[in-house]
Design a protein around this ligand. Structure first.
Ligand code: KG4
Ligand code: ZN
Length: 334
């Protein structure tokens, strides 16, 4: 069965074609560069860019997959959460396509898409597991009882992990989004240069907090001269990353024991972080568990994961119908 997925919830315009939930035929991702000079995503600019690029990206995905729209069996589009303008562009396009081509439509929860990226690459994960979902907008520990059946163990009380990476990147004078740049820079830095706070680490719950860490980095940067900052940029990146990663790893190891699962996954843009992958894989291995994560391209926003989630939803409950609407705030547990 062929599914065409469409993702436009933030600043990536992406269209993909997959076979069942295990083979990617194409996954075209266009990251909007228009926001760089603003240091963050500007919703109206993002909406207009999606309008300009959705058709060319769709054509490229169809061409690369070497299929015709008539060969496609299902259309999947992100309905939320995300920015309402961008979501409307992609979901309206998905609806129009489904109507014109006479195909069923499935509306997809963006975070369920991130979870499905793991199933797409590791089919054995279509079973009980724990997921640490860490993106630009979310930080949460989710017990996946089965696909579509979730228990949220805890989430962030303030900033998301990715948001903290982006804000710290800005403080260090790096580009936007800065998570990947911090990751790169930290490889040459000393993680013990500054000991930043590990918020809520010792607490026996699954909540996170990142605003204190961000403020601690801001205060440290303020204390340094431009020359010192220049000299120690990599050290600050490494010290921040170590604090951010340690809390995520501690709580995930604890949650895996609490749920009694062998398999743990990383999902969302921050799942691309090399230090998080390394520390968490090692800690879980020592506890007799195993960590899985998607390839870098499938960690950050892409339509292949939306197609995979759409396909799995369709198997469970059929089509959504054309009356679905873009929904900026949408809970995962359904
Ligand atoms: O999942 P995603 O593409 O979009 C949302 O749904 O939010 O996640 C984007 C986030 C950004 O905050 C970005 O800085 C972060 O993922 N990110 C990383 C890395 N690559 C992307 N954070 C840390 N290390 C990375 N290598
Ligand atoms: Zn995302």
């Amino acid at each position: 069965m062929l599914t065409l997925g469409i993702e436009t919830s933030c600043d990536e315009t992406s269209v993909a074609v997959i076979r069942d939930a295990d083979e990617i035929l194409s996954n075209v991702i266009l990251s909007q560069s228009e926001h760089t000079r603003f240091g963050g995503v500007v919703p109206e600019v993002a909406s207009r860019a999606h309008v300009r690029t959705i058709v060319p990206v769709y054509r490229e995905a169809i061409e690369e997959a070497r299929v015709a729209i008539d060969d496609v069996d299902l259309i999947a589009g992100t309905m939320g959460p995300g920015l309402v303008g961008p979501l409307l562009v992609g979901l309206s396009f998905a609806k129009g396509l489904a109507f014109a081509a006479g195909k069923p439509l499935v509306a997809v929860h963006h975070m369920e898409g991130h979870l499905a990226a793991n199933i797409l690459q590791h089919p054995q994960l279509d079973t009980h597991h724990l997921a640490l979902v860490v993106s630009g907008g979310h930080t949460m520990l989710v017990e996946v009882i089965a696909f579509g059946d979730y228990r949220i163990l805890g989430r962030t009380k303030d900033d998301a992990a990715g948001e903290a990476f982006d804000k710290v990147a800005k403080l260090l004078g790096l580009g936007y989004p800065g998570g990947a740049e911090i990751d790169r820079l930290a490889r040459d830095g000393n993680p013990k240069f500054t000991r930043f706070p590990r918020a809520m680490r010792r607490q026996d719950n699954f909540q996170f907090s990142y605003s204190g860490l961000k403020t601690a980095v801001a205060l440290q940067v303020k204390k340094m001269s431009p020359e010192e900052l220049n000299e120690h940029r990599a050290d600050l990146a490494a010290s921040f990353q170590e604090a951010a990663v340690e809390v995520l790893a501690d709580k995930t190891v604890l949650a895996a024991a609490d749920c009694g699962v062998r398999h743990v996954t990383l999902a969302g843009g921050v799942a691309a972080n090399s230090r998080l992958r390394e520390v968490l894989a090692d800690r879980l291995r020592r506890a007799g568990r195993r960590l899985y994560y998607p390839t870098i391209e499938l960690c950050t926003d892409n339509a292949a994961m939306i197609a995979a989630a759409g396909y799995l939803r369709f198997q469970k409950e059929g089509e959504s119908g054309l009356a679905v609407n873009a929904t900026p705030y949408l809970e995962l547990a359904r």
